[in-house]
Design a protein around this ligand. Structure first.
Ligand code: NAP
Ligand code: MG
Length: 503
């Protein structure tokens, strides 16, 4: 199956626009191997945040649809259509699934671009290839799940079986619509579970299409279902469902707390949550490569329009280099970020996901100014389109300001000066979040000391926002408690059975 990814980098703005106009996305639910309307036939509009135009009418799944999807998933699981296939067969299906994702790269990339506004260049270089990689990584692991035989007294035989959980519910965010969902459905499917996914209402089309591609790859009907709809409706019904064995959630801390409550109030299902962040990105005066550090600072907060859970949104800079650093960030931002139509390959910054998000980010900007932070660049430019907010930075931010405490989820940087390493640690840890952090220093011992003292699930040294599938990704504190990616995550979609036999 030829991957489409190769040639896509050469497409022009006009070519992408033509491809986008020719798309006829299917916004129906995907349940038990086929598309279908919501039981009550309700739909909602998915709007392109760049143009305000309708992308598709999307089925508004409700509890009846979640029931149908869970029933199909349960039936598939109980019959063993997927769970009891020879592991190598499941591996082959996941590989073909990855191939099909790449064979439909342009379409999947466009769906994410049209629904949430990220630049096309990002989707074809990050979202789509990373989704295929996620499927291959867990595909490779399908037949490496093992139990153990333990040391027991001589007339006992004891071993463990590592078994799938059953029906796994996944609830995903819109910032990397297909890719973040794949961090859930890939390991869940690899371990033999059936999956019901509720994607974010802002961007569900790529996930719906992916479920169809899974069936085209040879996946059995019912193993992978997608119920689009609203969080309070379809999402809540899934998280409260009595036949769902686990909910794997990525989204805001606020909703993560609700998911845990729903699990407690229903069937005590397992819960894994990946939530928000306010990641500190720390620059010591002894750092060795100022150009790289500045580029990482800029990319770390303005990449994906700042709509990144681990965005380096608090920039802690040692006083000796503070003013120069901000000035260099300003010029590098001008060089690196061009607002525009996300379908234009030259665009590096698209609109925010929707009008509500743009309004929320503007409110943060207004409040930061009122609270006494100094606008370094960006802000409320009159010429920017409705949902566009330009890269914005504030200096002289203090830890008590809302800008330093709350997740903005937009392109707004908060510069905080510090003098000593102790002070940097105190400021860095003064947050309810603990998703990630970055430290730039020429001193190896300082780097290792920071690695131990900073409360975060990921600590980058002299780089930021890097990693591969082997790296566990998840939070400390209220950034959540589960881990995505990495081999260990596969085990989170299994349970252990102990078999004890008297000989
Ligand atoms: P969100 O509003 O919390 O939504 C996440 C998902 O939960 C969506 O599918 C949403 O559906 C659903 N949902 C909302 N209310 C629900 C409810 N009462 N019951 C069940 N499900 C419900 O987050 P978002 O705005 O999509 O994404 C941004 C957030 O995700 C940020 O906080 C970001 O930091 C976090 N995030 C974290 C990671 C990580 O790995 N730690 C990665 C990416 C994003 P609707 O769309 O219909 O509301
Ligand atoms: Mg929401």
């Amino acid at each position: 199956m030829p991957s489409e990814l190769e040639g896509l980098g050469e497409l022009t703005y006009t070519a992408w626009r033509e491809k986008a106009d020719a798309l006829r996305p299917d916004g129906r639910l995907f349940i038990d191997g086929e598309y279908r309307d919501a039981a009550d036939e309700r739909t909602f509009e998915s709007i392109d945040p760049a143009t305000g135009k309708l992308v598709a009418n999307v089925a508004r799944g409700g509890s009846a649809d979640v029931d149908a999807a869970v029933a199909a998933a349960r039936r598939c699981f109980v019959q063993g259509d997927w769970a009891r296939q020879a592991p190598r067969n499941r591996l082959e299906v996941l590989y073909r699934f990855a191939d099909l994702i790449e064979a439909h790269a342009a379409e999947l990339a466009l769906l994410d671009v049209l629904e949430m506004g990220k630049p096309i260049t990002d989707t074809i270089t990050v979202d789509v290839p990373e989704t295929a990689l996620t499927l291959r990584f867990y595909g490779e692991a399908v037949d490496k799940l093992e139990g153990v035989t333990t040391a027991t007294e001589p007339d006992v035989f004891h071993y463990t079986l590592r078994e799938p959980l059953g029906v796994v519910g996944a609830i995903s965010p819109w910032n990397y619509p297909l890719w973040m969902a794949s961090w859930k459905f890939a390991p869940a499917l690899a371990a033999g579970n059936s999956v019901v996914l509720k994607p974010a209402e802002q961007a569900s089309l790529s996930c719906l299409r992916a479920a169809e591609l899974f069936v085209m790859a040879g996946g059995p009907p019912g193993a992978f279902n997608v119920v689009a709809g609203y969080g309070e409706e379809a999402g809540q019904a899934l998280a409260r469902h009595m036949d769902v064995a686990k909910i794997s959630f990525t989204g805001s801390t606020e909703v993560g707390k609700l998911i845990m409550k729903y699990a407690g109030e229903s069937n005590l299902k397992q819960v894994g949550v990946e939530c928000g962040g306010k990641s500190p990105h720390i620059f010591f005066a002894d750092l060795e490569d100022l150009d790289r550090a500045v580029a990482a600072a800029v990319e770390g907060i303005f990449g994906n329009m700042g709509e990144v859970c681990n965005a380096g949104s608090r920039l802690l800079v040692q006083r000796e280099i503070y003013d120069e650093f901000i000035e260099r960030v300003r010029t590098q931002t001008q060089r690196a970020y061009t607002l525009g139509d996300p379908l234009d390959p030259a665009t590096t910054m698209g609109p925010l996901v929707d009008a509500e998000a743009a309004a929320r980010v503007r409110e943060h900007i207004e409040e930061a100014e009122a609270a006494g932070a100094r606008l370094a660049f960006g802000g409320m430019t009159a010429d920017a389109g409705k949902n566009y907010v330009p890269p914005t930075a504030f200096s002289q931010v203090t830890s008590d300001m809302r800008l330093a405490r709350e997740e903005v989820f937009g392109p707004v940087a908060a510069f905080i000066p510090f003098s000593t390493a102790e002070e940097a640690v105190t400021i860095a840890n003064d947050s309810v979040y603990g998703l990630a952090a970055g430290v730039w220093t020429g001193s190896a011992s300082l780097a290792h000391r920071m690695a131990r003292e900073i409360q975060a699930g990921t600590l980058w040294v002299n780089t930021f926002n890097e990693g591969d599938m082997t790296q566990p990704f998840g939070g400390y504190k209220q950034s959540g408690h589960s881990r995505d990616k990495c081999l260990e995550t596969l085990l989170e979609y299994t349970q252990v059975k102990s078999v004890w036999m008297r000989l």
